[in-house]
Design a protein around this ligand. Sequence first.
Ligand code: AVI
Length: 328
Amino acid sequence: DSTLAQTNLNTASTTKTEAFLSDVITGLRGNPKRLNSKYFYDANGDKLFQDLMNCEEYYPTNCELEIFSERTDEITDALIAGGDAFDLIELGAGDATKSAYLLKDLLDKKADFTYLPIDISENVISYLNITLPVTLPGLKITGLNGEYFDMLKKAASISSRRKVVLFLGSNIGNMPVPEAIEFCRELRNHLSEGDMLLIGMDLKKDPKVVLAAYNDKEGITKKFNLNLLERINRELGADFDLAKFDHYPTYDPESGACKSYLISLEDQMVKIGGKENIHFQKDEYIYMEISQKFTLMQTDQIAINTGFAPLTQFFDGKKWFVDAIWVA
Ligand code: AVI
């Protein structure tokens, strides 16, 4: 019944907005102030991220594309060698540009698999469900819209086949290391022995290269960060003046943590949702995002500490990025 469906939809979006509001208020009431970078990706943020991936300084996407386009055959062979028919589950599929290399090769090799892209964005999932079967004839696809672990449970409830999980783009780096470890542990708990994880991780390198990737000349990264304030204005009825905040990226070569902040340019008050007043001192910062860079030893340690066995690693020519296969 369409009225009921509409009500469910409204309820779902109300709950989402409430969670967003409560996270924003908690984050901005805290000391230090912080916002969660998972909220960067509204329609405008998705577009800015596309621009970022095409900008000169942002290297991780190109490195991983190089791996996927030049080592396709070896990667798919390793995935197929894990056993019979499987579900290929991608966490945060986006436009699936990288995975499309694997999908095409797996189809050419007549591998028995279904592609289950998971994404928090409804737009992404309906786009993939419609376009991929056209560009990749014969592809079996079931897009799942929702949070990673909820959707992994759903995937397990509709199929008991072997699972191969893709977690690309160094998305794992957007969690502080202890949280990333917890995430891998929980992921392992959703898998069975012999299942596989293909995980993309950005590696430590010349600090200037890393910092430049988060401080591009065109200012796309700055817009990408400021866009979250704009989203809060629009969706939560706040009155951030974007001109009163500056973007400040940092990279610490010792810890490998690349962090972005927004700095308040003056003493100011911001109203959220018509009632919550947040005070900013001049020079006070909002901690926006971490993009952790790893050593190779650290990547193996994370695997071993979370119940996986590292199997193979694939690198780009500069060894700036790794796609590793871990076995559950
Ligand atoms: C999605 N994620 C891996 C990107 C990164 O590199 O941390 C997001 C990003 N933030 C600024 N530039 C790109």
